[in-house]
Structures are given as C-alpha cells and as structure tokens.
Design a protein around this ligand. Sequence first.
Ligand code: MRU
Length: 366
Amino acid sequence: MSLKINKIINGPIPDSFLFDETKRLDSLKFDGQNLEVLDQLLLPHEFKYIPILNVSDAFDVIKSMQVRGAPLIAVVGSLGLLLELQKMSELNSDEIRKKIEFLISSRPTAVDLRNSLTGIFPILEKEGDSDGVKLEKCREYLLEVYTSEKLQNRILVWNAYQELLAAFPNKNKLTVMTICNTGSLATVSWGTALGVIRALHSENRLELAYVLETRPYNQGIRLTATELIHGDVPFKLITDSMAAWAMKNHQVNCVLVGADNVARNGDTANKIGTYMLAVLAKHHNINFYPVVPFTTINKNIATGAAIKIEERPSGELLRVNGVLVGHEQCPVWNPAFDVTPAELITKILTDFGNWSPRLLEEQIPK
Ligand code: MRU
C-alpha cells in the first residue's frame, strides 16, 4: 500500500514513553502452548482465568463475552485456532474453513477477528507445501497476530498522544470522555483509546477522564473503572444519560473511543452509544477521535452502511448480573454497536498515521 503519510508521528518514540507494567491487567496468559483467558464477566469481584484448548472453547468465551474487545477477540480466536490446528491429524482446508466461519459468527461486527483468521487461507491453499510446512507457517502467522498487537499498540498510542498535543497546544491538561472498555482488557497491550488516556496520565497531561457506564453490558463500570483504579488514573464514572450534561458543565476537551470496523470513508462502528457521543460532541464543539489499529480500517467496504451490526439477546438488557430487572416478556431491541458517520469525526488516530475521514477516503486503496 503506498500512502503519503508517515507511520510514526514525530518518531522515533522516546524510550521514556513507557508505562508501568505492574499497572496493567492481563487479559490472557499464553506460554506458547497453554492459553488461559481472564473471565471478564466476573470482574471486578473475581479474577479467574479459564483454559482454552480449541476452537470450541474460544468460540464460547467470545460469544458469552467473557472475552471481548475487537483486538482481544482476534488474538483469542487466532490462538484458539492454532491450538486446534496442532491437534488435527491432517490439515483439511474445508474443515478449517468451517471452523473459521464458526469463530467469526461469534461476534460478526469486529473486522479484526475475520481478517486475522482468514489470513491463513493463502497458507492452506499453497500448492506443493506438505501439512507439516503449512502447520508451521500457520503457527508463525497466528502467533504474529498475538505478538504484533503489542508492538503496534505502542505506535498507535504515541501517534494519538502526539495528535492531542498538537490539537490542544495551549492546554496543559486535558479532560476526556470515553465509552466501553478499550484498555488492556480489550487487547493484549495497553489498549487503544484507554491506552491514550493512560499515556496522558503518565505524561502528567490528564486532568480527568469521564467514563460512561456503557449499558447494557456495563463495560465502563465493570472493566474500564477497574483498570483505571488499578492504574491510579483520575476518572469519574457517569451513566450514559449524563454525557450531554457532563459535556455542557465540565469542559470536556475531547472524546476518545475505540472501533470494531471502520469503512473507507471513515464511518466507524463501535459500542452502542458511541454515535450518541459523537452527536453530543458536535453540538458542544468537542473533538471526537476513534483510536484504532490500522488493521481495523476495512478497505473492503465503502461506507458504514455495509457493516453488519451484531444484535444480542434480550436477557442481557433485562438482567443485571443475572437478576431480572424488567418484565421477562418485555420486547427488547439490543444492538451491540452503532455506526458514527464520518462527518462527526475529527480524526481517526492509528498506528499508521492520523487521518481526517476525507484523507482516509482519498488515500485508502479499494
Ligand atoms: O462488545 P465489546 O465489549 O466487545 O465492545 C468493545 C468495543 O466496542 C470497543 O470499543 C472496541 O472493540 C475496540 S477495543 C480496543
């Protein structure tokens, strides 16, 4: 891809741009053979890791949202597939394709899951390679999905941090707002939007983060708040319905969010409620930034209209921690994501430069 933009903004990244690893929660443990994932449904009250042995285990934890967040599900799906491939007596392409489609069906909106898994097709289809050679190449590729997330994340956070310094030259400290969980619990690194909030804090440039509770799954209150308490980052939790009032009264400088799928024109799918924040940000003249790995930019789709939005069961809305709070027969619509139109986005911040939606549309090859 030939793009007229530097990958690292104001690089090289100084060695001092590092965070304290003891302040990071581990979303998974992997020693090259054994995989365990943190059961995020138990947080913040219990920290329990669940073993993943194969594709079926990976599907279950992703579908149930014990593991969630676009970068993390791509890694868990890839490592689950690797563990499965290692146990197969022969690498049957059709069988593997079915397993991959099954895994993708667990969370259909996130493009990284699909891209990471389907990336092994060219390896499987290479004529002349023995099963042993194919398995080794698949292993290298799938392990790289895991290792590259961490490497790319440092560049992503640095680029986004630089963008914020440039956008607010007269502000010593920023007040930001975020939704859902985009931190170490959504990745195997420091996180995207939450990684940037961490960076602002560790560089002494964060005044306060407003964290939306994020109904119906409560990733804000259960996960982001837990991460920020663990990291000693100053924040306040608000309900989703308080966002407009917080923007009006508390001098929020920018909104930082993650993304599950970004179209070529910059339309961005992210956790339900993100579109609402973008509309509110426009009204209050507040900058709005998705912070995303470049791999989340989906060059196969022109606009957000083509993004499949996952709809989840009604029980997730009617129950809180298993306790029924509404009538069991209450009719429910429960979309897990929404699409923020490009015109509401200030810039999309990535590990491959920072892009106005217009620049993105001009330069992303079809
Ligand atoms: O339903 P979830 O919890 O998987 O939704 C997560 C989000 O919407 C995140 O913002 C997105 O995956 C990016 S995570 C770095």
